[in-house]
Write a protein that binds this ligand. Structure first.
Ligand code: PRX
Length: 633
């Protein structure tokens, strides 16, 4: 079994060992899995090029570890419990044995389309069991999954399909999300028509039975594809360093990049973190509310729990449907033991039903988690008191798409939970804080840039098709370090507190959005000359999107123009990137070299116009008064 730390002494011992002998530490964790051939080298450590490899030469298949390995001991245990959008519909239970059979049928269907090891498969799916089945089916045959959050627009989907040249797109007919029924097959049709020539098949799961357009040579219904398929499918034997998946995420510049994770290291790390952070015990019911379109869904709905033989709950709907008690109702109904969600959901539920959790029996909860953005103190206390009720410690888990798994977190019942602190690094993780010159700030009570000094098994390997981008983004800022893009503080006891992004990435409701992407989208409007986008504090979303827009002509009907801009952003990226505030300006503040001075824009958007500092070095200092006067906060 994977190491499960049970005491502070054991934590300290494991941590020390992981620093003194990282290879020994990780080899021990890896040896608890099923390998078809053992690795010859634990770690290839090159943080410069970068070229990090784990368990080199090892052969395995992650689905054998998620599924086959468990059949003898827990074949009849629920692997997945699915809770549908509507509370009065029955939930679905899939045992490990049933899940394996479904995965194999789907894998055989994909093979019948000609899908082979290394082919890329795009997903645009709702939160239904079939998304997990198809993801595992890809991994079974060595195809690389690229899941795109089904809230992105056709343009954004097309961009991602083209970047990784996907051969198949897997989607549903419609997505049910609360009161909405979203025609997603239409979005896929539109995306594929935008020059996605690599797409040979579109596999469609009939989720609602609504009407869809059909391209007979290309589209296949899921139920037809799996009809008659065998429940057996020999797993493709993968190299530890073969690609497992691509997941696109936003950066401070340019288009979203495809973060690449590989099989062996990701397997070891997601299971190790799942077992320790959630202190999962045999028979527990675990629920993570993330969408599978994000890394949290990959690592902590599918892979981490299934690798650990857990029962993982999937929810199709949204927190507020039919009311703000839905999450608590689900916890009560399924006697959930570990619950993992995002601060934005906690804040929204707190606002919608401060006392709503009181009406439910939440006594089964043992650990409650938070992920994706800093959790503010008020939300932390509400979560602790109303949901955890003093029995369930909060784990405020810090990590990223690029890290593959949780990096800094309290261990429930072992290290203490302090509001707003992600606390201590897990054994195996060596964080540090640097100043802007790259000098490490040792000791406690320091604040600076958060970096990681040593590789861990699920670190990203590259950005798909553009290794240089990976190097320059994460490994070039400070030699021999992985740079996270986050700022952090360390307190007197060595706990870490994450402050937030120090680059041009905004974290809106826990979703990463690059300001450059939103600006590019706004600039598509023919009436716009240029725009600048910054984040500002938002009560529910954590950060909101504030856009300063310079128009070609005087704006007569501001509301109308705003609506048009929002429509353009929705079309280019999706509704999640819509600015909350749009301020029309006649000029943007520029440096003498023509760069937009975002510092000033951030301050004004945050209501801190009084502390703009020196603006005299601007090329156009006169614009500052206009910006301040027109501020919409
Ligand atoms: O700024 C940090 C924030 O989310 C970023 C990573 O976003 P993404 O790759 O989408 O992954 C989100 C889910 C792992 C980080 O750079 N972040 C994540 N967790 C926390 C956090 N900020 C503060 N506290 C956290 N617990």
């Amino acid at each position: 079994m994977t190491l499960q730390i049970k005491s502070i002494e054991q934590y300290q011992e494991a941590y020390d060992k992981s620093v003194e002998d990282p290879e020994g530490f990780w080899a021990e964790q890896a040896s608890t899995f099923l390998w078809r051939k053992k690795w010859h080298t634990v770690l290839k450590n090159d943080f410069i090029t970068p070229d990090v490899q784990w368990f080199v030469g090892g052969k395995m298949n992650i689905t054998e570890n998620c599924l086959d390995r468990h059949i003898a001991t827990r074949g009849d245990q629920d692997a997945i419990i699915w809770e549908p959008n509507e509370p009065d519909e029955p939930s679905v239970h899939l045992t490990y044995r049933e899940l394996l059979a479904e995965v194999n049928k789907c894998a055989n269907a994909l093979k019948s389309f000609g899908v082979k090891k290394g082919d890329r498969i795009c997903f645009y799916m709702p939160m239904i069991p079939q998304v997990a089945i198809a993801i595992l089916a890809c991994a079974r045959i060595g195809a690389i999954h690229s899941v795109v959050f089904a809230g992105f627009s056709a343009n954004a989907l097309a961009e991602r399909i083209k970047d990784s040249q996907c051969k198949v797109v897997i989607c549903s007919d419609y997505n049910r999300r609360g009161p909405k029924n979203i025609p997603v097959k239409d979005v896929v049709d539109e995306a594929v028509s935008m020059g996605c020539d690599s797409v040979e098949k579109v596999l469609v799961f009939q989720s609602t039975g609504g009407k869809v357009m059909w391209e007979p040579n290309r589209d296949v219904w899921w139920h037809d594809a799996i009809k008659g398929m065998s429940k057996e499918c020999a797993p493709e034997i993968m190299d530890s360093e073969d690609m497992l998946f691509i997941l696109y995420t936003s950066g401070s510049t340019g288009k979203p990049k495809g973060v690449v994770h590989t099989c062996g290291g990701y397997m070891v790390y997601t299971s190790y973190t799942f077992m320790n952070v959630f202190q999962y015990q045999e028979g527990d019911i675990y629920w993570c509310t993330a969408d599978v379109g994000w890394i949290t869904g990959h690592s902590y709905i599918i892979y981490g729990p299934l690798l650990s033989g857990a029962t993982t709950l999937m929810f199709e709907g949204v927190p507020g449907h039919p009311d703000a008690g839905r999450f608590w109702h689900i916890c009560e109904k399924h006697r959930v033991n570990q619950f993992y969600t995002a601060p934005t959901a906690i804040r929204a539920l707190m606002a919608a039903g401060y006392n709503a959790p009181n009406s439910y029996d939440l006594s089964s909860l043992k650990v409650i988690g938070s992920v994706g953005e800093p959790i503010n103190e008020e939300a932390w206390h509400w979560y602790d008191e109303k949901v955890g009720r003093g029995n369930a410690p909060i784990v405020d888990t810090w990590w990223q798409t690029e890290t593959g798994g949780i990096m800094i977190t309290p261990l429930p019942g072992i290290t203490d939970s302090k509001p707003c602190f992600a606390s201590y690094p897990l054994p195996g993780i060596q964080p540090c804080i640097l100043d802007a010159n790259g000098i490490e700030l040792t000791g406690n009570e320091v604040e600076g840039l958060l970096c990681i000094k040593f590789p861990w098994p699920s670190i990203l390997r590259t950005t798909y098709g553009d290794h240089e981008r990976c190097r320059s983004n994460y490994f070039a800022a400070f030699p021999n370090m992985y740079f996270t893009g986050d700022g952090a503080k360390r307190d007197t006891d060595g706990r870490y507190r994450i402050i937030g992004r120090v680059d041009d990435v905004i974290n809106v409701s826990g979703h990463r959005i690059g300001t450059a992407e939103v600006e590019d989208a706004i600039d598509q409007h023919s009436g716009v000359v240029e725009s600048a986008v910054v984040g500002y504090p938002h009560d529910i979303k954590g950060q909101g999107i504030y856009a300063y827009v310079k128009a070609h002509h005087e704006v007569i009907d501001e509301d109308h123009f705003r609506r048009e801009i929002l429509a353009v952003v929705t079309k280019e990226i999706g509704p999640i990137a819509k600015p909350d505030i749009i301020q029309f300006v006649s000029q943007l503040p520029k440096t003498r070299s023509g760069k937009i001075m975002r510092r000033i824009l951030r301050k004004i958007a945050s209501g801190e116009s009084d502390s703009l500092g020196d603006t005299s070095t601007l090329l156009n200092p006169e614009c500052v008064e206009e910006l301040k006067a027109g501020a919409l906060v």
